[in-house]
Every structure is written in C-alpha cells, then in structure tokens.
Design a protein around this ligand. Structure first.
Ligand SMILES: *Cc1c(COP(=O)(O)O)cnc(C)c1O
Length: 377
C-alpha cells in the first residue's frame, strides 16, 4: 500500500459498533469491568485508549514501523525514549538541533549520570571518532533546526548497528511523507507531532515509532510507567490531520522551493539554507534519502536590525515560534527557539542574530512571495 492510502486507512478503519468512518473520540479515564479479572482488555486510560491506539497504529504505518507510542509533547517523547538509557551510558548527539532537546539533555538528563557528546554530524567521521565503550545511543535530527544541515542516515545507521547502539532520528522537519529513517536503518523515529503531523497549529503532541520488537516492548513499558501520554482529543485531531499529510507536504515543499529560489537570488539576503537548492552543500545526500525537501527555510539577513525590520514588515508570515502548520510563520531562532544553546555554540553553527527561519505554509505562493518582496524592499 502506498503512503497516502496508509495515512488515510491504517488505524482508521470504520468503527465496528456503528460504522462511523472517523475513529470515535474515547474521552474516558476508565472502563467498566464485568467482574473481578474479567474485562474487554481496557482497564485504565493512561495504559489503554482506543483513539490513541488508532493514532499510534496510523503513525507506525506511515513511518514503516511496527509500533508507535504517543506522548503529550515532542519533548515528552524525547524524554521517555531517553529512559531506555541508564546512568553511565553515553550518547552521541547532533550539535545542531532543536534547542529544547539540547536543554533536556544538557540541563536535565546529564544530572542523572548520562553523558552526551555533541558532534557535527555533517561529517560521519565525527560520529565514529566520538564513540566510547559505553556509547548506547546515536541521536540525530535531519534536516536540522534551524541550519537545515543533513545527516547521512544510512551511513550513521551502519556505525550504530556495527557498535550495537540505538540510532534515534528526530524526523519532525521532513515528516514521514518525505523521509522514513527506519527504512534507512534507524531503530527509533521521534516527532514533535505539534508540527507537520498536526499541521494546523492547534495542538501539542509527540510520538515515537520503531520496528524493533525489543525496543517497542521497553517503550510501551516506559510510556505507561512514566505516564506522559497525550489526551484522546489530540490523538483524534492527529488522525484527522494524517488524512491530509501527503497533500499538505506536497504543497509546503512546492511553495518552499519557489520561496528558496526567490530568497537565493534576492540581494538583501546574504545566504539561504534549504536542502532543495543545488547550492546546499549536502543537497546530494538530501536528494538520496528524502523524497522531497520540506517546507522549512532559513535565511541570513546580516544583522539583528534587519531581522527585526523584516519580521515586523511581513504580513502573511506571522512572527511566532513553532512550524509545520498550514499558515506561514517566521521565527528568530536566537531570541525564540534557540536561547538555551550557548552563544559560542550558536556562532559556530551559524545561528546568528541575523538568521530568520521561515515555515512556508500552503497559502497561494504568489501571495507569500509578494509578502517577502515588500518586506525586503
Ligand atoms: C518542536 C520540536 C521539538 C519539541 O516538540 P514539542 O512538541 O514542542 O515538545 C523537538 N524536535 C523538533 C525538531 C522540534 O521542532
């Protein structure tokens, strides 16, 4: 079955009781039991919820996984999967990544005796060089937030498998429509479902998928034991959103490609970072492992004053954190999403005060181009 069909049908079969074509919203905390020890397999909603199970089955299918586990946010998903580790374990992480993930590892998980090495994953040799005898996990994000750098997933997965480490990929930016890391050898995929999976800027959620039965068993245990589960309404909204993921992603990417080309040739823009441009240093790797380049672009305007000026003048691109919704957004990473990353690290990565990140929505691209043109004038 092809992607768009899976997205609409897997986990989303008509309801057995009534024939309802959308999965019912089971807004309940518990389930009546017939007698002690006799029930329908549903006991308590942290552990069992049919709406959540439907969404988990749906996302697992979209990611070519066998199992998925949903969480209250992307951050809760990352936190729970990190609990696969124990004190004394070492993790190799991409140095250019979502600021909140860095904050979680550096400010919270480190206190529990897990050590982290942050490396430039554009070069696979850096991963190899950072391996230690106690390395248990390699964690990456691609394309990265906000510099749009690419990790060669197949090459890093080979290293992880040779060293018996788990390989985890944050697939939030690409979405499973454009990139499926499990097919390239990763063990675990994690999403902030708040972004493209939700797609309408109306919910916060997270999800993890795997195709490894032993890891799935542990994740299921942790999801229930830690308890950072989403409410059923978020899962219901995500099932709704999954049905349009394929068409939304096509439009996000088509708009982004035109906007990136416009930005690249505009004299007021110093540099345009978009993996779909042939000028992107890792365009070839992106083209090999992604079937499209997504809707995220970062542009370097040269100074904070210019970033302030342009973001103020934009009308259709709303100044806001987050991304992946149908409406276009603009964000200033240094002051908004990446404040928790130390300045020297930000400077090394190119996350400057003049950098602005665009989340290209699915409005008519001519209107978006006109908005940019007049803001830059
Ligand atoms: C937003 C985001 C997260 C965190 O997800 P929340 O749902 O905000 O907790 C993690 N990774 C990436 C790439 C993100 O963009």
């Amino acid at each position: 079955m092809k992607f768009a069909t899976k997205a609409i049908h897997i986990g989303q079969e008509p309801d057995e009781l009534t024939g309802a074509v959308t999965v019912p919203l089971y807004q309940t905390s518990t389930y009546a039991q017939e007698e002690i020890g006799k029930h329908k397999g549903f006991e308590y909603a942290r552990t069992h919820n049919p709406t959540r199970f439907a969404w988990e089955a749906n996302l697992a299918a979209m990611e070519s996984g066998t199992h998925a586990y949903a969480f209250g946010s992307g951050s809760a998903a990352v936190d729970t999967l990190m609990r696969l580790l124990s004190a004394g374990d070492h993790v190799i992480m991409a140095e250019d990544m979502y600021g909140g993930t860095f904050r979680l590892t550096d400010k919270v998980l480190r206190r529990f005796g897990i050590t982290f090495s942050y490396v430039d994953m554009r070069n696979v040799a850096n991963v190899e060089a950072a391996l230690q005898p106690n390395t248990k996990m390699i964690y990456t994000e691609t394309p990265t937030n906000p510099m749009m750098t690419i990790t060669d997933l197949r090459a890093v997965a080979e290293i992880a498998r040779a060293k018996n480490c788990m390989m985890v990929v944050d697939n939030t930016f690409a979405s499973p429509y454009f990139q499926r890391p499990l097919e390239l050898g990763a063990h675990i995929v994690v999403h902030s479902a708040t972004k493209y999976l939700g797609g309408h800027s109306d919910l916060v959620s997270g999800i993890v998928a795997t195709n490894d039965a032993a890891i799935a068993e542990q994740l299921k245990f942790l999801q229930n034991a830690v308890g950072a589960v989403p409410g059923p309404f978020e899962c219901w909204l995500l099932l709704r959103s999954a049905k349009t993921l394929a068409v939304r992603m096509e439009q996000h990417a088509a708009n982004a490609m035109k906007i990136a080309a416009f930005c690249e040739s505009h004299p007021a823009i110093v540099q345009t970072h978009y993996p779909g441009l042939t000028s992107h240093p890792q365009h070839d790797i992106a083209a090999r492992q992604m079937s499209g380049f997504g809707g995220m672009i970062s542009i370097e305007l040269g100074s904070l004053a210019k970033a302030v000026d342009v973001t103020k003048r934009l009308k259709l691109f709303t100044l806001a954190e987050s991304l992946g919704g149908v409406e276009s957004l603009v964000c200033h990473p240094v002051s908004m999403t990446h404040g928790s990353i130390p300045k020297e690290q930000r400077d090394r990565l190119g996350v400057t005060e003049g950098l602005v990140r665009l989340s290209c929505g699915i409005e008519d691209v001519d209107d978006l181009l006109e908005d940019l043109e007049s803001a830059l004038r």
